[in-house]
Design a protein around this ligand. Structure first.
Ligand SMILES: *Cc1c(COP(=O)(O)O)cnc(C)c1O
Length: 374
């Protein structure tokens, strides 16, 4: 059997190991160390943000954003339904209530019209949410002009889940720089990885400094261990930040290759009846972190699950889209606003192998297996 092809495995440049070796040589294994500040500065520079704190995961970054926003039990947070559970779990950690908003069919991200109707209704009944959390899915930005306009009208804070959107553009701006705060993830299969990690960014220094303190067990700046509030052990290690600094040097290369991979799939499979590929919205740059294909079983003759299993038989990993949060048993008690857009995307969507180290020969192999199924 051929070697396994994974969905989106880590792709190191060589630079990471050099920086890890330097950190070992300097004995900056712990605590903290210079790579942390360097990684934070590089990411700020790249996306155009003022302040950042590197943490242990994207989920931790979202949790910190909610903590420094002083979210109270029973506050509502509006969040995209089509996302990974990492967007929503921190809302539950706070004792707050997620309200799930459906996707719009073009970008698959939070539907600004549904959001507007929902905020209007909430404003009338006097219970606006504490924050709105749009998610930028699979490397495509949500429609931030529309979302920001509505949220500004109702004076509701925006926290962006940009975990899948490093390298993405909305017009000439990076998603993650529109809201009050934003979270990035460097989990193993993201466009760049630190093996595990995340970053919270904001232009508000006080918020990031508060998050930085919370992430280090809320230690007060005195010699003895003094604590005025409950803290978390969420800081990224200097070794992982060294990997992050190395990965930043190849981020634009990774974006280029992800886009090439998408174009390769779309060109060879896009003409087959029943197979469609999500378009890049005219407002931005889609990184195609994952290439996603929609499968109409009536036209193609097989459904996305049959394709997934056939690829699996060939030792190739593919994956359905995120199962919408309002369909998750664990979140079934929370409100959902929308129709069946996210639901039907989930039914039809398949994420294809999109690792930036994939060769054209490997892509050809994947493509010919799918072609042979028609
Ligand atoms: C990966 C991801 C997260 C969580 O990031 P971790 O680093 O895995 O905790 C949150 N939201 C979305 C949309 C993600 O894809």
């Amino acid at each position: 059997m051929s070697e396994r092809i994974y969905l989106s495995p880590p792709h190191m440049s060589g630079e990471e190991l050099k920086r890890i070796q330097q950190a070992f040589a300097d004995n900056w294994v712990a605590p903290a160390g210079p790579n942390l500040a360097a990684f934070e500065a590089q990411l700020c520079d790249y996306v155009g943000a003022q302040h950042a704190v590197a943490v242990s995961s994207g989920t931790a970054a979202i949790h910190l954003a909610l903590l420094v926003t002083d979210v109270q039990p029973d506050d509502e947070i509006f969040v995209s339904t089509l996302t990974f559970a990492g967007s929503v779990n921190p809302i539950i950690y706070m004792g707050a209530k997620p309200v799930f908003i459906d996707s719009e069919p073009q970008s698959w991200n939070m539907d600004p019209n549904l959001l507007e109707d929902a905020l209007k209704a909430r404003a009338q009944s006097g219970n606006l949410p504490k924050a709105v959390m749009p998610v930028h899915l699979y490397g495509q930005s949500a429609d931030m002009d529309a979302i920001m306009a509505v949220c500004e009208r109702y004076e509701v804070m925006v926290i962006e889940d940009a975990a899948e959107a490093l390298g993405t553009l909305y017009r000439d701006r990076h998603p993650g720089t529109f809201g009050k705060m934003s979270a990035f993830s460097f989990n193993g299969n993201k466009i760049i990885t630190t093996s595990g990690g995340g970053m919270l960014i904001s232009d508000d220094r006080a918020l990031i400094e508060h998050a930085r303190k919370l992430a280090s067990q809320s230690r007060e700046p005195v010699a003895h261990y003094e604590h005025l509030e409950i803290g978390y052990n969420y800081r990224m290690s200097n070794i992982l930040a060294a990997i992050g600094c190395g990965q930043m040097t190849v981020l634009e290369d990774r974006v280029r290759r992800k886009r090439e991979i998408y174009a390769y799939y779309a060109q060879r499979l896009g003409d087959i009846p029943g197979l469609t590929f999500v378009d890049e919205m005219p407002y931005g740059r889609h990184t195609h972190w994952l290439t996603v294909m929609l499968v109409d079983p009536a036209q193609f003759g097989a459904d996305r699950e049959q394709i997934r299993l056939t690829l699996e038989d060939h030792n190739i990993e593919s994956r359905p889209l995120w199962k919408p949060m309002h369909c998750q048993p664990v979140f079934q008690d929370y409100e959902f606003i929308g129709g069946n857009v996210a639901d039907s995307l989930f039914d039809q969507g398949l994420c294809l192998p999109s690792g930036t180290a994939l060769t054209d020969a490997e892509l050809d192999r994947i493509i010919s297996i799918i072609q042979a199924m028609r």
